[in-house]
Design a protein around this ligand. Structure first.
Ligand SMILES: *Cc1c(COP(=O)(O)O)cnc(C)c1O
Length: 248
């Protein structure tokens, strides 16, 4: 990185990224959780590769994208960018079955699995040269904004099927509760997801023996509600606008 004064846009990004990191630390502390136990996924949909490169230069490594073509254009631009460390890409948008091969080839994580057919395609299409794809099941918790996500009653069935797929490594759960819920309802949605993960862990204990990849991930919390999510056990917050500003 150049050691001269930061360009204004870079200085602005540095300040907002630092503010989000501090809010995460404060929330960890406030809820009695270990400092550093919550990972930050920077959500870059609608922003260009230059901004991703700037965030990477500030130490951010994990990025979330919602649209396959847009994401792959960025991933390839950044891969060609000399001097950048290796980045970790998470797919967090709805998955169409004709896009699974691209997703399986370009991403390290997929957070939005809600159907076994999609999981089977991702497993079959994951290139042999790459490590298993790290996956989360998206759950439709109460107060879900969209209709996406598996219903809680169907989660364990899906989890057992996904855990058996050879090229996927099931890591946990993800949810997108409705924005703007009153605090009590917000906390209840996040607590519900945490309880579902605990049940799933119990139910899969015999099946998932690989201790190097535990069911350790609870992806919940966005710009507007990540403190509540951390209080309820989130291990990964997905933050876009609080870091990068309103999407263009
Ligand atoms: C866009 C998006 C985010 C980030 O939302 P912000 O409110 O900008 O922080 C997080 N998760 C998913 C699934 C998204 O689509």
């Amino acid at each position: 990185m150049p050691s001269g004064p930061l360009a204004p846009a870079q200085a602005h990004l540095q300040a907002s990224l630092e503010r989000v990191r501090q809010r995460i630390r404060a929330a960890e502390q406030h809820s009695g959780r270990a400092l550093g136990c919550v990972a930050l996924l920077a959500v870059t949909k609608a922003f260009g590769p230059e901004l991703v490169a700037s965030a990477a230069a500030l130490g951010q490594r994990a990025f979330g994208e919602n649209y396959v073509q847009e994401a792959i254009a960025k991933i390839e631009r950044l891969r060609a960018c000399a001097g950048l460390p290796e980045l970790e890409w998470h797919f967090i948008g709805p998955i169409q079955s004709n896009k699974t091969r691209l997703i399986a080839t370009h991403f390290q994580w997929v957070q939005t699995i809600e159907r076994i057919t999609i999981a089977q395609r991702l497993s079959a299409q994951r290139p042999q040269a790459l490590p298993p794809l790290q996956v989360l099941l998206q759950v439709n918790v109460s107060g879900e904004a969209s209709k996406s996500g598996v219903a809680p009653a169907e989660l364990l069935g899906l989890a057992h099927e996904v855990a058996a797929l050879p090229r996927l490594q099931l890591r946990g759960l993800m949810a997108i509760p409705q924005p703007g819920l009153p605090p009590a309802a917000q906390h209840a949605s996040f607590a519900q997801l945490r309880e579902l993960l605990e049940n799933m862990r119990e139910s899969l204990r015999a099946r998932v023996q690989d201790a190097s990849a535990p069911l350790d991930t609870l992806s919940m919390g966005m710009s507007a509600d990540f403190e509540a999510a951390i209080a309820e056990g989130s291990t990964m917050v997905r933050v876009g606008s609080a870091i990068f500003g309103e999407r263009p």
